[in-house]
Design a protein around this ligand. Sequence first.
Ligand code: PHE
Length: 346
Amino acid sequence: MLQDRIKQYTEEIEQITLLSAADVENYRLKFLVSKGVVKGLFEEFKTVSSEEKRVLGKVLNEFKQLAENKYQEAQELFGKSNTNTVKLEEGDLTLPGEGFQLGSRHPLSLVRKEIVEIFKKLGFVVAEGPEIEDDWHNFSALNFPPEHPARDMQDTFFIKKQDGNDIALRTHTSSVQVRLMEAGKPPFRAIMPGRVYRNEAISARAHCFFHQVEGLYVDEDVSFADLKQTLFHFVQELYGEGTKVRFRPSYFPFTEPSAEMDISCTICKGQGCQLCKGSGWVEILGCGMVDPNVLENCGIDSKKYSGFAFGMGIERITNLKYEIKDLRLFSENDVRFLSQFETEII
Ligand code: PHE
């Protein structure tokens, strides 16, 4: 009976909840298209007696209204005119996109890279060693006498092991020289960047860790002149043509003779300023001829081979390049500081 079916569909529609655009579409396909329920009932309506038509005409029209209203309401919530696609279309596609922030390289990484590149062009290879070292590699093999103050607890972070053998955080990258020479045969020509640790109170001028780059060149007939020329070239490359260098005699247990190298102040160009304390010179590294004892400790014939070594602090080189006055800035990770350095996309 038509009347029963109208009643049945009315109940169905009243019970349906449309929760998504897909629900709305399925509803439309079932009830409202030309082969759908509403049209079907109207077709059937044509076939009933005029007696019934009088009663059912009104009922059927009310049903149609109900079916369409339900669709309209749902359409407003989930229908096509409300989807994301249309929202996008409403946006102005000619507007510039939102920028995204690129990170930047840490100044110490930039400078380390620059130093390494200069030496690579001279035929030096990069070598690395562990930050946790034993006494032999950090001190003994490097000819430190047993009572040397650098071994003191004040300077070195020692860790007592249960077997009685102390280990330490390396205090300099010279330990990598030893590892390199022990592991191979001359010639050696290596550049060794790395982090080192010293037991110091943290201030603007000192930190408990910092970074060094070590250099080592061992072969037959290597002389102090080779050392001077290599470092002179390095300084011209890093700080520019015309930067002056001078060597002052110094002492390190592992080099003999030893020297400290100064360069003409990069800020005042030798005129005298706060940075160079009016002297026109700033110290940038320690160097010297590898002590024959060190070569022998590493199993290298010191009669046949000689070599030079140098070591510099990356923080110091960076300070001179960028005029950074407080060492702590390097490890605070303040983006306002870090974002001032060249951005590279690699
Ligand atoms: N290791 C020394 C230091 O930390 C630097 C150095 C390296 C000096 C190599 C001479 C030769 O101060």
